[in-house]
Write a protein that binds this ligand. Structure first.
Ligand code: ADP
Ligand code: 5GP
Length: 215
């Protein structure tokens, strides 16, 4: 989609696409589809104090840190946002985010509601999408069906979901992930529409103006 811009060697500003949803809603499934279709997306690699799951590699899914190291970085202002989620700390490295945006890369974030709010306040930009499950029952079924969580963890995630849903009012977009294909169509439409906002096309527009001798 950026071929016209790349042809002229003009990098536009990168866009932050921030996606939050109660655990089990299908957020990772939607993000995987989007990054498979739009391969230029950068994924924001968070730091976490949770242990790696089988198949996860340090520096790929997450940067895995001790609690002490996380706290040290947090105190030094290393994170653009951080939150405690299900008993572990998670945070988004600020400099890596800013560097990617300045290089014109679009970044996708999979972060919780508290973190998304902080990101909006601290960086003052981005598109914020909240994904809802179609019902409480469907959410429970998906959490159980995924087979990665104990019944206690599932109960805790369902209780958390209630809070997350009640904190979702400030997001830019709401998607209900009932039919996956439809939810995906909505997500990719949001991305494509946001990308043509003037804020993300300033460099291209300025380069065009210069062809008329404007500065
Ligand atoms: P999250 O990242 O939000 O925790 P996942 O993407 O891991 O959720 O999805 C949770 C489970 O629900 C997975 O087993 C996934 O295949 C399934 N799932 C995702 N979207 C749908 C959907 N629209 N309908 C039915 N099942 C879905
Ligand atoms: P998981 O441990 O299952 O990978 O992620 C658990 C939760 O932490 C998910 O809701 C995910 O969105 C959230 N999360 C992952 N990275 C970050 C982060 O950097 N900041 C915040 N605030 N939440 C995160």
């Amino acid at each position: 989609m950026n071929s016209r811009i790349q042809q002229h060697g003009v990098a536009n500003a990168g866009m932050m696409l921030v996606i939050s949803a109660p655990s089990g809603t299908g957020k990772s499934t939607l993000i995987r589809r989007l990054t498979a279709e739009f391969k230029a997306f950068a994924f924001s690699i968070s730091c976490t104090t949770r242990a790696p799951r089988p198949g996860e590699a340090d520096g790929r899914e997450y940067h895995f840190l001790t609690r002490e190291e996380f706290e040290r970085r947090r105190e030094s202002g290393y994170f653009a946002e951080w939150a405690e989620v299900y008993g572990n700390f998670y945070g988004t490295p600020r400099q890596a985010t800013v560097d990617l945006l300045n290089a014109g890369r679009d970044i996708i974030f999979d972060i919780d509601v508290q973190g998304a709010r902080q990101l909006k306040e601290n960086l003052g930009q981005g598109c914020y999408v909240f994904v809802f499950p179609p019902s409480r029952e469907a959410l429970e079924r998906r959490l159980t069906g995924r087979g990665t969580d104990s019944p206690e963890t599932i109960a805790r995630r369902l209780a958390e979901a209630r809070k997350e849903i009640s904190d979702s009012h400030w997001f830019d977009y709401w998607i209900v992930n009932d039919d996956l294909s439809q939810a995906y169509e909505q997500l990719r439409s949001i991305y494509l529409a946001e990308k043509v906002r003037p804020a993300y096309q300033q460099a291209w527009r300025d380069a065009l103006s210069r062809q008329w001798g404007e500065r």
